[in-house]
Write a protein that binds this ligand. Structure first.
Ligand SMILES: [Zn+2]
Length: 206
């Protein structure tokens, strides 16, 4: 249990004091990182614990979620499983599905939706479920495009890279090239991301 620590937080919907486990990020030994930043760990998977589920009302959330409308209480029910303890791949899937359900109902921001779908895709990748992985990558892609199109300031390098890379993983090679080239040719974007994009673009030509 050394890899995990207890976190106390208040449910944003019902006010219940939730005691839940989290992984110590810095303590986890990594095996490799995929081209879409999915990290593979030797033991505990920190991102399995990124979303919180209230055992009393079933609300799934992140700490930076908006405050939910009271009527949300009528729309969700507590889950049969307690998701505040150690999570394996199956329990992580359940926690993300519930959190996404709540996030959709309360119209969370595009960056939050994109990142939740991307992490759920990784959960399916871990278990070798390519069909569900692709469904979730496709959802994440849609939200990343919204993030890019609505952004009027800040660094969009990583968002542009992910749009290219998720297209590449989904077999949309033409779209991947379009987005990678956009990033490579944008002098305002980070050198590191442009380099990654150039390499990925190159791999599509081979
Ligand atoms: Zn609650």
């Amino acid at each position: 249990m050394d890899d995990l620590l207890t976190k106390n937080l208040t449910c944003k919907l019902c006010g219940h004091e939730v005691e839940t486990l989290m992984a110590r990020k810095s303590k986890q030994a990594t095996v490799k990182t995929d081209s879409d930043f999915c990290v593979h760990y030797e033991n505990e998977v920190p991102f399995y614990y990124n979303v919180f589920i209230c055992p009393k009302c079933g609300y799934g959330f992140l700490e930076n979620f908006k405050d939910p409308a009271k009527k949300m209480k009528e729309k969700i029910e507590p889950l049969p499983e307690d998701l505040t303890g150690k999570r394996d791949n199956q329990l992580a899937e359940k926690a993300y599905l519930r959190t996404l359900e709540c996030a959709r109902m309360q119209r969370e921001s595009d960056p939050v939706m994109a990142s939740l779908y991307l992490q759920l895709a990784w959960i399916y990748r871990y278990r070798g479920d390519e069909e569900n992985e692709k469904t979730m990558l496709n959802e994440a892609l849609g939200y990343y495009i919204d993030v890019y199109e609505k952004s009027d300031q800040g660094d969009v390098s990583k968002v542009l890279y992910l749009i290219g890379e998720l297209n590449r993983r989904l077999g949309n090679n033409k779209d991947a090239v379009f987005w990678f080239s956009r990033l490579v040719n944008d002098q305002n974007c980070s050198q590191a991301m442009r380099h990654r994009a150039r390499q990925a673009w190159q791999s599509l030509r081979e």
